[in-house]
Design a protein around this ligand. Structure first.
Ligand code: AQP
Length: 326
């Protein structure tokens, strides 16, 4: 049975991008293999965050995982900081990645381009090391992620190659997997940039009021012309809305182009809004039940036990391989 590992950083309110690119994918995979899903709370510290927000965002992610249909009895859900092996392994692995590699990471460049280089925290630079550890700790076959995280998974693969060349077959080689439609949901106000929870321009948040969501979709930036056609270069706004519709309904984009042939942009947006509002409405109802129950601690305790068992075994293997006396 294949094993999957993935996580989400509790850096803000989750977006429709996180839902489509990551969470919906997790839900589909829970019947395919063994799923380990964590809240990447240590990663959230790489940029300034208020402690109350970090705590609330972390709990919200667990509740949203469950509200989206992840089955607590099938999936192992845990907090990254509940499994100390993540931090311990990162200290070792940092010696097998290079400054040059880390400085080429797109996310590092994007997140720090407007910062004074003297004041960039080291954690945002070494983020991919911690992430490589997150992945290899679980001997995972696959890492379900959105587009923007694929480069980090590739770096983890380089690290595994380098480490195993030196010490033998110690770490399992992981592979990134993406959803077919929706691995990069774009901002509604600027469909050439990614929808991102920490840069909330043109985002749909899962906890937005349904009326606000409808309004955001109705005022989404569209393109010249009037045809409902998928063309990322010429029609990034319409293409993004088609992708969202397709990801939420499972209807292919060519079928949607046929379905919406002859629609005006406004009519099409109404249809997209209906689909998004329906999905988020269901999510909100489930979320309300979960957040008011005692289930979250139970889920986290179970997840921590299952995750720790595998993570500690990998950590010991690595410690022994590099010569630490164990
Ligand atoms: N716009 C998106 N479309 C599709 N997938 C997306 N993901 C993020 N944005 C989109 C996927 O969601 C997962 C969780 O991401 P993360 O929390 O680890 O951080 P991220 O990739 O940096 O996502 P954000 O929302 O942009 O967070 P911030 O703003 O904090 O950096 C990943 O699988 C990601 O690919």
């Amino acid at each position: 049975m294949s094993r999957y590992i993935s996580g989400i950083k509790p850096t803000g309110h989750l977006t429709l991008g996180n839902y489509i690119g990551a969470i919906k994918q997790f839900v589909a995979l829970q019947n395919e293999g063994e799923l380990f899903l964590f809240v990447a709370d240590l990663h959230a510290l790489t940029l300034p965050i208020n402690p109350q927000d970090l705590r609330k965002n972390s709990i919200d992610i667990i509740a949203l995982y469950l509200a989206s249909g992840l089955d607590k009895d099938k999936v192992n859900i845990f907090l990254q900081s509940d499994v100390p092996a993540h931090s311990e392994l990162a200290i070792i692995l940092q010696n097998y990645l290079y400054m040059g590699e880390l400085s080429r990471m797109t996310q590092f460049k994007d997140k720090t381009q407007k910062m004074n280089s003297e004041a960039i925290g080291v954690g945002i630079f070494t983020y991919p090391i911690l992430m490589a550890g997150d992945i290899v700790l679980y001997d995972a076959d696959y890492v379900p992620v959105g587009d923007d995280q694929v480069q980090h998974v590739e770096l983890a693969r380089d690290l595994v190659r380098r480490f195993n060349n030196r010490y033998g077959e110690i770490l399992k080689m992981p592979k990134a997997v993406k959803v077919k439609n929706g691995s990069r949901i774009m901002s509604l106000s600027n469909p050439t940039v990614k929808m991102s929870k920490s840069d909330p321009k043109g985002d749909i948040f899962l906890d937005d009021d349904l009326k606000v969501i409808r309004k955001k979709i109705m005022s989404a930036v569209t393109d010249l012309g009037h045809e409902i056609k998928y063309d990322v270069e010429e029609k990034p706004g319409i293409s993004n809305l088609l992708t969202i519709y397709s990801a939420l309904t499972g209807i292919s984009i060519p079928d949607l182009e046929k379905k919406f042939a002859g629609y005006m942009y406004g009519q099409f947006k109404q249809e997209v809004a209906n689909v998004v509002v329906d999905e988020i409405d269901k999510l909100k109802k489930n979320y309300a039940e979960i957040i008011n129950s005692n289930i979250i601690d139970e889920v986290l305790n179970k997840g921590k036990l299952a995750a720790s068992k595998i993570a500690e075994a990998t950590l010991h293997r690595v410690q022994k391989a590099v010569g630490l006396y164990k």
